[in-house]
Design a protein. Structure first.
Length: 309
């Protein structure tokens, strides 16, 4: 099978954990060991987030004031190289060198007129207290939003039109390679009438970009790995209900949080409406997710609409 696997932020950085290189490598190593069985048997593309890392690089840029801070598109490219290198190395190690792994720097075409540029929702960077968030917003002119018990910076997250390097990814898969790409959703770019690309100040949601890539590659399945056991209706309330299986039409009628679960559900709907199959569930129980003992499956042929766990 041809499978796109989207690694959530928990695969790279645990909540409350310092974003050091050692922690990044340890988390990626554990993730790649969990994925080794799947990657050893199928055509696999691994995509990944970069929200905490791109936010950290932005802060490090601001701390050095002798030159202007690098823009978000270049910072996004930096995180693709940084994280892609570690995933490529650790997945190769987990497979004992049995498969060749290629990490690609990819760009994602977006529409410059996308309304997301006027409505930032994508969470990036570290967590702040209410007081520190207010100080950062005033000092750096950031937009701040709540994330659980804390606050984080939010930036525009435009809809991905296409993954520019998708044909190259397809060629690598057809030649037996595993691919790491679309890091952080890929670097957002606009394309003019002459085909010239220019980077834009945004962070594309990696799940939405992964869905676009899955469509471009005609993938059999999209697997989105996160730290939750299920997609849940009314999450965090006494009325919470965990979803076992759903059709794209039925799950589209439910409300989910912007910037967290909603992009995953929207991505799943896009793939399922095109006839594909989507699994959303925990990385640390990947075997159970694939065997349908945990997690949420979204596919077109669910007569009941939604089946709750």
């Amino acid at each position: 099978m041809r499978i796109v696997v989207a690694l959530g932020g928990n695969a790279l950085a645990r909540r409350g954990e310092p974003m050091t290189a050692d922690h990044l490598r340890a988390n990626v190593k554990a993730s790649c060991e969990a994925l080794a069985g799947l990657a050893g048997e199928h055509e696999v593309v691994i995509t990944h987030g970069n929200g905490p890392q791109v936010g950290l690089l932005a802060l490090q840029n601001l701390a050095y004031q002798d030159v202007a801070a690098y823009p978000l598109d270049i910072l996004g490219a930096e995180t693709q190289g940084m994280i892609g290198y570690v995933i490529q190395q650790e997945l190769t190690n987990a497979l004992g060198g049995a498969r060749e792994v290629a990490a690609l720097l990819t760009t994602t075409e977006v529409d410059e007129a996308d309304p997301a540029f006027a409505h930032p929702t994508k969470l990036i960077g570290p967590m702040y207290s209410a007081h520190d968030a207010a100080d950062a917003a005033a000092q750096y002119r950031w937009t701040i939003a709540r994330d659980g018990a804390g606050f984080r910076r939010v930036v525009p997250s435009p809809h991905p039109v296409r993954i520019v390097q998708a044909p190259l990814v397809r060629t690598l898969l057809e030649n037996g390679r595993l691919v790491v790409c679309v890091g952080g959703g890929g670097v957002p770019v606009k394309t003019d009438a002459k085909g010239r690309q220019t980077g834009l100040q945004a962070v594309v949601d990696k799940d939405a970009a992964s869905a676009a890539l899955a469509a471009d590659l005609s993938a059999d399945m999209l697997v989105m790995l996160t730290d939750g056991d299920y997609v849940s209706e009314n999450w965090g309330t006494p009325e919470q209900r965990d979803i076992l299986t759903a059709s794209p039409e039925a799950i589209s009628e439910l409300a989910f949080a912007e910037g967290s679960m909603k992009p995953k559900v929207d991505a799943a709907v896009r793939v399922a409406q095109a006839g594909g199959r989507v699994l959303i569930g925990p990385l640390d129980r990947l075997d159970d997710l694939l065997a349908r003992r945990v997690g949420t499956e979204i596919r077109p042929d669910v007569p009941e609409g939604i089946v709750f766990a």
